[in-house]
Structure formats: structure tokens, C-alpha cells
Design a protein around this ligand. Sequence first.
Ligand code: ZN
Length: 94
Amino acid sequence: MTIVGVLNRVFQKNRMARCLTGDIGLNVSIPDLKVKCHYCKKYKSLKGIHEGIDPENEGRKSIIYYCKKCKNIYIHEKKKAAEKRKKLNEALNL
Ligand SMILES: [Zn+2]
């Protein structure tokens, strides 16, 4: 059983939301279970945290967490990464 699986069972018992799938030890403040936002570096409660693939590390499928306030930054970074990939592909096809 995975660590995430075990934690999720604990969370369910305590009627808590869920466990995130990334490097929990690095990003989660225990025991208040706040998650550090990748962009503003502030600890926010789980409810206000989004989970996504790091646009700067898409190939490695790194997971990052970001808060509601930083959602626009995430979308912007994702677009930027997609454009970069597109340009690279175009260059390779020439
Ligand atoms: Zn943030």
C-alpha cells in the first residue's frame, strides 16, 4: 500500500478531504495540513489548493500545488511551456 493510500484512509476516518499525490513531506505542513503554494510559497489550507503538472517540468511529470490566487500564473506558465514546445517541434521538423 502506498503512503498516499494510507494517509487517505486516515483522512477519510477523520472526515478530511484527501491526500495529494506529490512529495508530501516537502510541501505539507503537519499537523495543520496546509500545502505550500509553488508560486507564492505561502502555506494554504487544502481546500484552496490546486494540483497540476509543473509546466516547467512536464516531461518529468512533476506535480506542483498552487493556490487560487496563483491559478492565473499556472495557466500562464502552462501556455508559455506549450508555445516553447511547439516552437521546438517546428524547429525539429524543418
Ligand atoms: Zn499562491
